[in-house]
Ligand binder design. Structure first.
Ligand SMILES: [Zn+2]
Length: 319
């Protein structure tokens, strides 16, 4: 039977007293610093207490846990943890640690639907799908789960290495290693899966990012002489006087040198550029070229809405 919840406060007070007796001034020191060199990304499973199993004290391990230690490319929570760990705490090691017998991995291997969590398990199902032949060849269900636990860790290591925050750190020369480990609930031991990535060279070309712009260092661009000449030439067609050509737009922005004008392709496209040419484009034209006239209210209902205005424009409303 689990202890009543009040017991947790009692336990906490006893623990705090014991901790302070063992090491006087412990909490005062701890509150002043947080300089972990390790980020641990592990499973939420209650049997895998991160600090404890690797013998690190409070303040020595930055921890993120979720079901089955997944690092999706679009998980803002996980991305924020990784970015903070790299850019602020300057951790030197990111450890993705799975564990054998993981319930999340087991659920991902089954066909049963669990509701919303199916979306999360889909990341692991993707891994299983990529290694279907290998997994199908494993005879016992438990061994199959355990192998997928390993494969999941290996894929998450690659996901982390692909993140712009990680590649940016490598680009600026920051020491950072990404490790894949797995923990066994049966013997309490952590095993290294030997998939450590220490730099972008371990990734295939297409997964390496040009992160120079993230450092505020733009890649060097040599102006194309033809683009410069084209920008300096007067507009060949002035059928639409309301729509300035790119060169004129650049001049209006105070760009006077040939180098400045080389940037004119960035000027906004003219109305003529956006004019529909084919029947299909004309079909979409009302959507892409709305002007004040096309957004004016037409029906009585629309005019009423415009007259009333937004709630903040209501007379008498306190500001
Ligand atoms: Zn787990």
């Amino acid at each position: 039977m689990p202890p009543p919840i009040d017991m947790l406060f009692r336990n906490n007070r006893n623990w705090a007293v014991r901790r302070e007796e063992l090491e006087p001034g412990y909490f005062r020191r701890l509150s002043a610093i947080q300089e972990p060199k390790y980020l641990w990304i592990g499973c939420s499973d209650s049997r895998v207490p991160a600090n404890e199993i690797v013998g690190l004290d409070s303040g020595e391990l930055f921890v993120h846990r979720n079901i089955a230690n997944v690092v999706p490319h679009s998980d803002l929570n996980c991305i924020s943890v990784i970015e903070y760990a790299i850019n602020v705490l300057r951790v030197e090691h990111i450890i993705i640690s799975g564990h054998y017998g993981c319930g999340g991995v087991r659920a991902a291997l089954s066909c049963r639907s669990y509701g919303k969590i199916d979306h999360w398990l889909a990341y692991i199902k993707d891994v299983a799908s990529q290694h279907r032949v290998e997994l199908d060849a494993i005879e016992t269900p438990e061994a199959k789960v355990d192998r997928l636990c390993e494969l999941n860790v290996i894929h998450q290591v690659q996901n982390v290495a692909r993140m712009p925050q990680v590649q940016n750190a490598w680009h600026r020369g920051q020491e950072l290693q990404v490790h894949g480990w797995i923990y066994s609930l049966n013997d309490g031991l952590v095993r290294d899966l030997n998939v450590t990535i220490t730099g972008p060279e371990a990734l295939p070309d297409m997964l390496r990012l040009d992160v120079s712009s993230l450092n505020g260092v733009s890649p060097v661009v040599t102006p194309d002489p033809e683009a410069v000449a084209a920008a300096e030439a007067p507009p060949a067609d002035s059928a639409d006087p309301a729509a300035p050509e790119a060169g004129e737009a650049a001049e209006a922005q105070g760009q006077t040198t040939a180098e400045d004008r080389a940037t004119v392709p960035l000027a906004p496209p003219s109305a003529r550029d956006l004019a529909p040419e084919t029947a299909e484009e004309r079909e979409y034209a009302p959507v892409v070229s709305r002007d004040a006239r096309s957004t004016a209210p037409e029906t009585a209902e629309e005019r009423e809405y415009v007259r009333v205005g937004s709630p903040t424009e209501e007379p008498g409303r306190a500001r």
